[in-house]
Each structure stands twice: as C-alpha cells, then as structure tokens.
Design a protein around this ligand. Structure first.
Ligand code: ATP
Ligand code: MG
Ligand code: MG
Ligand code: MG
Length: 479
C-alpha cells in the first residue's frame, strides 16, 4: 500500500467512526508563546483540553505536521543515525473530547491495525501504565482489561511513569497511556532470542508506532492530582513508521515516503544509497531535512537569524554540511529535490506545490551563500594548518573561523584530523564561553548567525531552547 493510501485509510477509518477530519495546523506556531513548532498532534487542541475553547466536534482525526528539533522534544541528534526519528514527520491522531474513552480508543486502534491494515497480532505488543505508589496512582487495570479482549496477556507489558503517564505540563490534564509497538524483526532474528528478549521494547526493531493517551486527571498547582470532570482521548501514530511496517521495510527511508527523494538525490550527487555509512547518513539527513525546511517555508517561516527562522536555517545548514562533506556537493543541490517532494506530498499538503517556487528560491539562495562561507573558511583553515608550528591548531583560531567567518567547527575538526592535526578543544571551549558571556551582555535574544550543527559536534544542536518558562508539551514525559 502506498503511503498516500495509508494516510487516506487512517482518516477514512476514523471518519467512519464519526470523527470530523480537520487539516493539520501549521508546522510553525505563531500565536503560542509556549511553543515554537507543532511537536505533536494535540498541540492545536491544547485549549480544548484546558477548557479555554469548545471543540468544533467531540471527535476529531487528522494528520499533523510535527517538528521535534527544539525544546523538550529534540530528536535531531538521532536523525540520519537511526532510521525512524525524523525532524519533520506526520503524526496521525484521533481525539475524543469528553466523548469516548479507553474502550473505544483501544478497540479502534486494534481494528485499524489488525483488520484494516492487516498487521499480524503476533507482531504486536502493547504497554499499560503500571501505577505509581508515590502519587497514589493505580495500575491502569481498565486498559489492561480492554486490551486482553484482543491480545494475549503476555503481550501486555507494564510501563512506568516515564513512558506510560502523559502530562501536558507542570499543571493541567494528564493521564495514563498505552503504547503500541510492532515487532518487525525477521523470523530468524526472533528465533535466536528466548521468550523473554522477545519483549525487549528497547530493540530498535520493536518499534513504537502509536501512543494512546487517556486523560483523566488534572494536575493542580500544588502538584496534587484530581479527577477531571470529563475524560479525553489523545492519540498519536507516527505515519512514516506505520508506512515502514505496512510496506514490510525495516527503515522509514525504504518506504515510498522517501524512495523518490533518495533516487533523485542519488542522481544529483552520483552517489548510491547503501554504499557506505557516511554516504548513507548524509543521504538520510538531506532527504529528512529538506522536508522540514520546505514545510516550514510553505507555512511562512523563512530561514532567518532568530527564533523559529534560526532553527530552520540551522537545519538547512546541517543538510548542506553533510552534502558538502559526505556527498561532495559544492554547488547548491537541495533545492533540486523540491519538485519530487511537492509531487510526493502535494496531494495531502497542497501548500507545498502552491509555494513551490518560493521554497525553491529560498533554499537555493541559502545554499549559495552558505556554500560560499564554507569555501572561504576552507581557504582560511588551510592557511591556519600550513602556518601552524605544532600539530595542534589553536582553539582561538578555530573559534574565530567559526564565530567570525561562519565555518562549522566540526568541519575544522575533520579536516584537521585528515591532515594529522588536532584542535585545542579546551581553548576552543574557553573562547566559546567568553563569546556566550559577551552575547548575553549584548542582547538577551541575539544569536550567532553562523552556528552550524552536526550530530558529531561536541555541543549538540539544541535548536532554540526555551527552558525559560516553556510550558512542557511533551506527550507523556517530564524531562
Ligand atoms: P520515541 O520513543 O520513538 O522517540 P515518542 O515516545 O517520543 O517516540 P510520542 O511522543 O509518543 O513519541 O509520539 C507519538 C508517535 O509519534 C510515536 O509513537 C512515534 O510513532 C511517532 N514519532 C515520535 N517522534 C518521532 C520522530 N522524531 N520521527 C518520526 N516519528 C516520530
Ligand atoms: Mg521521542
Ligand atoms: Mg517513546
Ligand atoms: Mg511515545
């Protein structure tokens, strides 16, 4: 089944259960001071749960464009390294606002996955909240009993408060959740392990696809819990992971969500996906990041030097860096993927083909100027290396390359190493600390124009961190 059919099938299924299908909210939030990007399906319904707004329908379903690169939900370091975390992804969801509760949510998820989509029940595990004595919270026996009508009891596993109790924030609606995992390991692999490891949920191929949250409590300002007057359901299923399972793949990048993009990138770069680790990583990074950047631009968020625009610029630069370094791309190339992306996603997200020219032009211009930065930096780095007396490059000089000329420190490290040099990391960190102090003084909001991020960098990309008073919208985990 093609990804476009899978998405349609999800929505049709919940429409047949009397859900109103609504469009995705924009990826970039303009009017929520607590959050920069939609990072889960429930983001746009927050006010319904908080009681600030009356729902347009008490049953809703949709697919939501999500971005998890900043704040409490930051998956960026995993993107490209693993094959199932993306920066931008779609979260399929169904909601009940004071309407149905655990019984229907569980029944319908089961019906959809096993009957409509035909996933074998022998490959499914579910988790339920095991309870928490310190909070006087009981085990979610209700969910257990509903699950047991469908699945054998040895496949219903306990989960702790971290994984199976979702909270919107310090205060507000919260409740236990049940997660659905699908075991996509081969029969041989399964045969190699004993019964116990079969339920090792940390195995990357026992993949979490769907989270069903049952909101039944309210956390009060003093930290105590009270029963909500109404109970709600909030679910989120990773679309690309669902496609992987249904298309019999073991990587999201092997589904038709990505294969056309990868084929196009292969032909542009003359590199083959599957040929080496650095090439594969770069290809995954580029085809992932182009989606995040394109959707952000389509939603009106251009790359810029601050706020959400800065996050988008850094994502794009991360892709350019990987392309430059691992794929040998020293000319703009990412914008060339836009026609393929618009064709692939345009049916579900018409904003993409509609804004195609703008997206193309913005990405092209960003690529051009950043590649120039890289080229100029390379010349300076070469000078630095040939004028260096020992085999250790001065931290201050590498920092200057980065701070003044925008040259990614990571690239400096790699090139230095290739030539048998290392970098005085301590000196570098000291300069970085000094610079941070200076910029804090200069302005509370100023951010360097030139930060380029990389999964291997020592100071990992944290996007735009809003620890300052961010309402925690994590789905079920307070970090
Ligand atoms: P994981 O444990 O894999 O990081 P999660 O528990 O953080 O996922 P939830 O907040 O429960 O994710 O979101 C609901 C669903 O969205 C997940 O079950 C998963 O299928 C999907 N999902 C979450 N993060 C990503 C991501 N970065 N890329 C793609 N899909 C994701
Ligand atoms: Mg996560
Ligand atoms: Mg999880
Ligand atoms: Mg989860």
């Amino acid at each position: 089944m093609k990804s476009n059919e899978i998405r349609a099938k999800f929505l049709n299924f919940f429409q047949s259960k009397e859900h109103k299908i609504v469009p995705s909210a924009p990826l970039v939030l303009k009017d929520d001071p607590t959050l920069m990007f939609s990072n889960s399906g429930m983001t746009q319904f927050k006010d319904y749960f908080l009681g600030y707004q009356t729902p347009v329908s008490n049953r809703i379903a949709d697919t939501q464009k999500c971005l998890r690169v900043s704040g409490k939900h930051n998956d960026l370091d995993d993107v490209g390294k693993d094959t199932y975390h993306h920066t931008m992804f779609e979260m399929l969801g169904n909601w009940s606002f004071g309407d149905y509760f655990k019984k229907e949510a569980i029944e319908w998820s089961w019906e959809l996955l096993t009957k409509e989509f035909g996933i074998s029940k022998d490959n499914i595990y579910v988790t339920i909240f095991e309870g928490d004595a310190s909070e006087n919270l009981e085990r979610d026996q209700e969910a257990y009993d509903f699950w047991k009508e469908h699945i054998s009891e040895d496949r219903i596993l306990n989960g702790n408060k971290n994984d199976n109790f979702w909270e919107m924030g310090e205060q507000g609606p919260c409740g236990p959740c049940s997660e659905i995992h699908v075991d996509i390991r081969s029969a041989e692999e399964k045969a190699q392990v004993d019964g116990k490891s079969l339920v090792n949920m940390d195995h990357p191929q026992v993949i979490e696809i769907w989270n069903l949250v049952f909101m039944e409590f309210n956390r009060k300002a003093n930290g105590s819990l009270e029963k909500l007057p109404q109970q709600h359901v909030d679910t989120g299923m990773g679309f690309e992971r669902l496609c992987m399972v249904l298309q019999g793949k073991t990587s999201n990048y092997d589904t038709d969500v990505f294969t056309d993009l990868i084929a196009e990138l292969e032909s542009i770069s003359n590199k083959k996906y599957g040929s080496s680790q650095p090439i594969d990583m770069a290809i995954r990074v580029v085809v992932d990041h182009v989606r995040a950047v394109a959707f952000a631009i389509a939603d009106g968020q251009l790359p810029s030097n601050n706020g959400a625009g800065y996050v988008i610029r850094r994502i794009l630069r991360r892709a350019i860096s990987y392309g430059y370094r691992n794929l040998g791309m020293n000319e703009p190339f990412i914008h060339k993927l836009i026609p393929v992306l618009a064709k692939q996603m345009g049916e579900a997200f018409p904003e993409l083909p509609k804004q195609q020219k703008l997206i193309n032009d913005v990405i092209f211009e960003e690529e051009r100027s950043f590649l120039r930065t890289i080229e100029q930096g390379l010349v300076r780095l070469d000078n630095l290396i040939s004028n260096s007396e020992g085999k250790v490059l001065s931290g201050a000089a590498v920092f200057e390359l980065y701070d003044t000329f925008g040259f990614p420190p990571d690239l400096s490290r790699i090139i230095a190493e290739e030539k048998g040099f290392s970098i005085d990391e301590k000196g570098y960190e000291e300069e970085m600390a000094k610079q941070k102090k200076r910029s804090q003084k200069a302005s509370a909001t100023a951010t360097s124009d030139w930060v380029v991020v990389d999964a291997n960098a020592s100071e990992s990309f944290v996007g735009y961190d809003r620890t300052d008073g961010e309402v925690n919208i994590t789905r079920y985990r307070k970090v």
